[in-house]
Design a protein around this ligand. Structure first.
Ligand code: ADP
Ligand code: F6P
Length: 319
């Protein structure tokens, strides 16, 4: 293995830049030639591949987003498109590819490896924390801290006006951002796709809170948990609450990565390069119990994410 490339794919996540930096510096220090691919698989197909040196990754460790840019490339699901991408890598003599992204990006990477013999390794980069095989994905910690900042600010104003606050957070089908930010923000209710809930029961509980003088409640509402406006209407009718809905949105995807995400980026990046140097392919890196590991990509993707119901149950006893 002499030449490798790096790309970021799917939704960006804070810490992607720090992991690009880690990959580039480690690879250069071990004598590899390094290339960056712009705009994920889209750029791979359109040959947007450039040589990187140590200066290419100066001053990015603290920046959110990704200097390589990211994209969603539906064409990559077609075998003929992947052939074009593989040919572009082969023309430059690139044998190894680091893919920083989520499960969709990993699926594309596996096909590139199986069909065209490119050695690939995946670094889990998504704010959603929706990959079963790893405790944490890159960007999750920062996104939760951003959500927490918003919850704190909303709590100030909502308490002053005796209001109920529904705070919608990201996560696609995964409730982890809601769970972690809800617990750490002291939310009265955390609504996630993994745990069924009854709107009428939530309204009854909020009504009961009001009757004992607690007018202000924080409800952290996961993106995949249903319709926040329907909940608002029911709360207004049943509990007579003054309800405000706030969607934090893409703010969660940006910003300087936290210490935890920068550390993950450094450790994941270093491990990914070691995997390629060992001549392995179809691997992903992850973390369990603060130990970084790598494992087979197919096996990793076949695992089913287990929701931390134990944490969810703790939350309901703390308010
Ligand atoms: P994430 O990687 O965060 O899960 P997406 O699911 O949007 O994000 O996937 C990112 C990109 O990975 C897609 O735009 C596409 O280029 C590629 N991809 C996703 N699924 C597949 C698939 N089944 N086959 C080939 N490429 C895929
Ligand atoms: O996967 C990350 C994520 O931010 C999800 O939480 C969200 O559902 C989605 O991406 C938003 O995607 P887009 O940036 O394309 O709107």
């Amino acid at each position: 293995m002499k030449k490798i490339a790096i790309l970021t794919s799917g939704g960006d996540a804070p810490g992607m830049n720090a992991s690009i930096r880690a990959c580039v510096r480690r690879a250069l220090n071990f004598g590899l030639e390094v290339y960056g691919v712009e705009r994920g698989y889209e750029g791979l197909v359109h040959n947007e591949i450039f040589k990187m040196d140590t200066h290419s990754v100066c001053d990015i460790i603290q920046r959110g987003g990704t200097i390589l840019k990211s994209a969603r490339c539906l064409e990559f699901k077609k075998p003929e498109t992947r052939k074009i991408a593989a040919d572009n890598l082969k023309k430059l003599g690139i044998e190894g590819l680091v893919v920083i992204g989520g499960d969709g990006s990993f699926t594309g990477a596996k096909l590139l490896s199986d069909e065209h013999g490119i050695n690939i390794v995946g670094i889990p980069g998504t704010i959603d924390n929706d990959l079963a095989y790893t405790d944490y994905t890159l960007g999750f910690d920062t996104a939760v801290n951003t959500a927490l900042w918003a919850i704190n600010a909303l709590r100030d104003t909502m308490t002053s006006h005796d209001r109920v606050s529904i705070i919608k957070v990201m996560g696609r089908h995964c409730g982890d951002i809601a769970l972690y930010s809800g617990i750490c923000g002291g939310a009265e209710f955390i609504l996630v796709p993994e745990v069924p809930y009854d709107i009428q029961e939530v309204a009854a509980a909020i009504k009961q809170n009001a009757e004992r003088g607690k007018m202000s409640n924080i409800i952290v509402f996961a993106e995949g948990a249903g319709n926040e406006n329907e909940l608002k209407t029911v709360l207004q009718v049943i509990a007579h609450s003054d309800v405000k809905v706030t969607t934090i949105g893409h703010i969660q995807r940006g910003g300087a990565p936290s210490m935890a995400d920068r550390m993950l980026a450094a450790r994941f990046g270093a491990r990914a390069i070691d995997v390629l140097l060992a001549g392995l392919t179809n691997r992903v890196v992850g973390i369990k119990g603060n130990e970084v590991f790598d494992m087979d990509l197919t096996e990793a993707l076949s695992m089913k994410k287990v929701f931390r119901k134990d944490l969810y149950d703790i939350a309901s006893t703390l308010c």
